[in-house]
Design a protein around this ligand. Sequence first.
Ligand code: GDP
Length: 421
Amino acid sequence: MSDKPHQNLAVIGHVDHGKSTMVGRLLFETGSVPEHVIEQHREEAEEKGKGGFEFAYVMDNLAEERERGVTIDIAHQEFDTDEYYFTIVDCPGHRDFVKNMITGASQADNAVLVVAADDGVAPQTREHVFLARTLGIDELIVAVNKMDVVDYSEDTYKQVVSDVTDLLKQVQFDTDDASFIPTSAFEGDNVSEHSENTPWYDGETLLESLNSLPEPQPPTDAPLRLPIQDVYTISGIGTVPVGRIETGTMNTGDNVSFQPSDVGGEVKTIEMHHEEVPSAEPGDNVGFNVRGIGKDDIRRGDVCGPADDPPSVAETFTAQVVVMQHPSVITAGYTPVFHAHTAQVACTIESIDKKMDPSSGEVAEENPDFIQSGDAAVVTVRPQKPLSIEPSSEIPELGSFAVRDMGQTIAAGKVLDVNEA
Ligand code: GDP
């Protein structure tokens, strides 16, 4: 275990803009993927006629292993810089990347946005930036990638920087909290070393930028909240739920409760990075074992908390939402899927209580008949199945969500109040 501060990093951006390749490159350049593994993938890639794609290939293989549930640690890729220990909180290259992005972004402290120089701002660039902003990403490092494809043209770089800056302003992301770097994940330009191909750029490399990110906010003194990501059965140990501690601490011997499954018991063992540990804290990705809990008692989307201060289960909740894109209008009765931490639950928007003026935050209209793209509103929501969620003012880590329908993220928001079941 590293004693450097943790950073949970999301890597976001439009499909094919180079996220996987960039992550592979980062792991490779920081020595986090053993040379023999790269070598093996390189040979495999060449055999399959994909020579030169070994970095993306590494990522694909990790994703596949994760899906097969081979080990519990591979769910997250990790590397460190001089300052920080980084965990990449989602797995680019994964088929359900956007879905992962939603749960991933809510857990990430900072993000790298990859924008291909030859394609510029694309639909998922917008979607991911919007989510990053709504779900509370602090700083954005924008890698203007595939610079090799545009012959390292400074003009093209400047155009992309200007377009991304406009996008950030649109979603009210403070552009002081964004930095831009011309990169080629494929060739390795400005990732760990300053590139001779971009003599017009004298800013930081990607690794330098990662190194100079601000330290994540100290954890709140909120009680333990650990959204369950997966539940494994490991021979010799038994049922092992895994997930990231959002708030509070977990110690062996603690009495815990899983909600909404409503089961509990005593924590027997906690494992992190292949080692048994007596306790774990916010930001730690852990697997643990609870006396008396079987594989079918709990599931992804449950939240683990102290038995004497269990996670809230909402009968209804009120929330502030921002509608990003919807082909028509949203009215009361609409039932899309809400993604909150690791849970996905269909929820009915029972009433639209207030429409807000997004720039001033003032109420623009009481009880509007509908809301549409660009609108901010306060709504009352009824989950169709039990959902554990918390007021954002009390536990912000468990108080945000994204709303998806028809394969798109249509809105995102924060929980104001929870009416417990
Ligand atoms: P993702 O969908 O965003 O994860 O994109 P990938 O990392 O899978 O990359 C998509 C394609 O672009 C792959 O064929 C990569 O080899 C290629 N690619 C990624 N980064 C670069 C780059 O910097 N330069 C060039 N020329 N190709 C790149």
